[in-house]
Ligand binder design. Structure first.
Ligand SMILES: Cc1cc2nc3c(=O)[nH]c(=O)nc-3n(C[C@H](O)[C@H](O)[C@H](O)COP(=O)(O)OP(=O)(O)OC[C@H]3O[C@@H](n4cnc5c(N)ncnc54)[C@H](O)[C@@H]3O)c2cc1C
Length: 284
């Protein structure tokens, strides 16, 4: 199928993009790498009157060090995120999850910001952003605002972004000295997660001082595994302690049933993958 007709705008700056969105009204959409939007346009699941292409805006690309966090530009491709030394050093969980996104072609075009703004709960990066307490920097007509990842995702394919807003960059707090692991369960290579779990663990001698857990595709939004984190904190870094904490992985989830698995199966996978991800992050 071919997309419905639309106006096409290609601004050179964030300000120009925001003003194009404002002028075009609420049926406008921005396009990042097009890896999710173009299929939706072709299937006419998305019918924007205007497409605002962010491809020319240099200030939206790249990774920089910003003290206690690194900042990833929304238009940075998955490929560039994966190969970035700051990401590998300070946000290895982002690199690990990005490595599982689609295939080489998808990673060469798809963007970090597009993956978050698309807000597909089956996407690998929203759960990582929630686990790491990332901060979303949004640009709009009334300037910039920062939204915690936990508040950014509202529902399936829905975020807090207003029609005249775009995601400009993402602040990812540095987790120095933490172990991390992204565990993704999928049936075929390069496929989306049936369930995925992002884990980060800070050990102190033989115990777990702090833990972060984010779950992919177990609700209409990415889920923070707070019950698991609470059960792990201060406890032993042992297989037994981690296994019993992982039993709480279903807390706060409401998985759906689809062709790739039932809700019960996803509940089961949440517990198994949480145990695997936390164990790996704890170095067991
Ligand atoms: C074959 C295939 C396999 C894939 N496998 C996976 C996978 O395993 N895991 C995974 O996580 N993803 C997967 N993806 C999706 C991929 O990660 C996409 O890159 C991502 O979902 C969207 O990013 P994009 O830059 O391509 O955004 P686009 O497709 O351009 O846009 C997606 C949505 O986000 C909005 N948007 C984009 N950028 C911004 C911004 N800066 N501000 C505000 N809104 C914005 C658009 O308006 C649109 O609604 C796959 C895609 C394909 C085609």
């Amino acid at each position: 199928m071919i997309p419905a007709a639309f106006e096409y705008v290609r601004p050179d700056s964030v300000e120009e993009a925001v003003s194009a969105l404002r002028q075009a009204g609420e049926d406008a959409k921005v396009i990042g790498g097009g890896q999710s939007l173009v299929p939706m346009l072709r299937l006419r699941l998305a019918l924007p009157t205007t497409l605002v292409d962010l491809g020319r805006i240099e200030e939206l690309r790249g990774v920089r060090d910003d003290g206690d966090a690194i900042v990833i530009g929304a238009m940075t491709t998955h490929h560039d995120v994966l190969g970035d030394a700051l990401v590998q050093r300070y946000a290895p969980l982002v690199a690990q999850a990005t490595e599982t996104v689609g295939d080489r072609q998808v990673r060469n075009l798809g963007t970090f910001g597009g993956s978050l703004a698309h807000a597909d709960p089956a996407g690998d990066l929203p759960a990582v952003a929630v686990a790491l307490d990332a901060q979303m920097v949004v640009a709009g007509s009334s300037g910039r605002r920062t939204v915690p990842a936990a508040d950014f995702f509202v529902d399936y394919l829905t975020t807090v972004l207003e029609p005249d807003e775009l995601l400009a960059e993402v602040r990812v707090p540095k987790l120095d000295g933490w172990g991390v692991h992204y565990e993704k369960f999928h049936q075929t290579a390069q496929a989306w997660a049936i369930v995925g779990v992002a884990a980060a663990v800070r050990r102190s001698n033989g115990s777990i001082a702090e833990a972060r857990v984010g779950l992919t595709n177990v609700a209409s939004v990415p889920v923070r595994g707070r019950a698991v984190e609470a059960a792990l904190a201060g406890g032993e870094a042992s297989a037994g302690a981690i296994a019993s904490a992982a039993e709480q992985a279903g807390e706060g989830t409401s998985p759906s049933t689809d062709l790739t698995g039932s809700a019960e199966y996803r509940q089961h996978l949440s517990r198994v993958l949480t145990r695997r991800a936390v164990s790996a992050a704890a170095g067991l």
